[in-house]
Design a protein around this ligand. Sequence first.
Ligand SMILES: Cc1ncc(COP(=O)(O)O)c(C=O)c1O
Length: 409
Amino acid sequence: MVTLSDRVSGLHVSPIRRVAALLAEANARKELISFGGGAPSLPPPKEISDEIIKLISEDSQGATSYTGTKGYMGLRRLVADDWAKAQGEEYDPESEVMLTDGATEAIYAAFQVLLNKNDEVLITDPSYLGYLEAAQLAGGRVARVPVTVEDKYQPSLELTKSLITRRTKVILLLSPDNPTGRIVETPYVKGLLDLAVDNDFWILYDATYRDIVYGERGKSQPKLTSFPGAHDRVIALGSFSKEASVPGLRLGYVMGPRKVMDAIEKIKQYTSLAPNTLSQRAMMTFLTGDVKERYLREIVIPTYLKRRDFMEGAVAKYLPDARTVTPDGAFYFLVDVRKYLATMQITDEQLCGHLMKQKGVIAIPGSFFGEKGVGHIRLTFVSEPEERIDAGMKRMGEYVFSFAFSTAR
Ligand SMILES: Cc1ncc(COP(=O)(O)O)c(C=O)c1O
C-alpha cells in the first residue's frame, strides 16, 4: 500500500469543519437554533453584490483573470489606508502589504516563513483553532498561555513571560478574540512588544475582528502596530470575511516588514498563486468612499450589539449558575458551565451533543479551543435574531435543569 506523508498523518481534521457539517444541517432544518457558527449572519453591503454583477456582465474576462501574487495595487493601497486610519501605522502598499485567500492563508504563510523545526509558538488557551495545525505543518510546536473567566480572559504578562524559552519564535496575538470576545489591554500589548524585542521573537497579530467592536461601552482595540518598534516586529493580518460579511469570497491580507513579505510572496506563489480577482475588485468598492464605515455603523454593529446584550440577559436568566464575560468585540460568548456539568457528570462535548439531538440547539464545546476551554461552551450571538436567541437559551436552560434534577438518565 502506498503511504501518505508523515506530515499529513500527524494532522487532525479541523474541528471547525466538523462543526461546519452541523451548521449546514442547522441551516437546512429551521427548527434547529444555531449558536454555533463563526460566520456573519447579515448579507454583505448591496454595493458589493451590485459590483460583482456589474463586473461579471460588463468585464467578464478582466474580472476572472489572474492578478499578481500580491494582488491589485489599488486594493493594497486602500487596505493600507484603512489600517492607518484604524491603527495609526503606515504600511507601504508596494512592499509591505499583500492580499491573501482569507486570513487563513495569511496565517499559514506566516508560519511557513517564520518557523523552523521545533520553534515554539505561544498561543492563548482557549483560542481559535486555525493556528495549531498551521504551526505544526510549518514544523513548529505550540505552547499555551492559559486565560480564565476569573481574569476576564485577559492573558497575564507575567505568565506569558514565564513561558518564553530560547525556542520561542512567535507569539500569537488575537484581539478581538475568538472564542472569548476579549480585547487585550494596552499594557499587555506594550509589555509583549518589550518582550519581543528583548527575546527576539515575532508577534503575529490576527486582527480578523478588528472592526467588529462594540464602542463606547466596551474597550477599544489597542493600536498595536503604532507602538515604537512594532513595525519591525509585528506581522499583522486581517480579513474581509467578518467586516464585510463575505467569508465565501475568501479575501484577507497580511502586512509586515519587507523581508517577511518577500518571503510570504514566495510561499504564496506555490500555494495559491494569486488572490481571487473578482473578490479583490468587489472589496475595492467596499473600501471606497464611506461604504465600509456606513455598513458597520448603520447595520453590523447595531444589529450585533443588540443581540449581544440580549444573549447576555438570556444566559443570566436561563443559566444563572454559568459565568461569562461580556465580549467587547467579535461575536461570541465563552460561557463557563462547569457547575452544571459537575452536577450532570457529563463533558462540555456531551452537553453540546445532547443539546443538539434533544433540544435542537447548537453550541460549540469549549474543549475544542484548548484544555482551558474544558467545561465551557461557545455561543455565537449573531446567527439568530432576538426571539430565537431567547427560545434557544430557554431550551438550553430547560435541558440543563431537567437533566440535573432527574434521577433517570
Ligand atoms: C480568529 C480568526 N482568524 C482567522 C479566521 C479565518 O478567517 P478567513 O475567513 O479570513 O480565512 C477566523 C475565522 O473564523 C477567525 O475566527
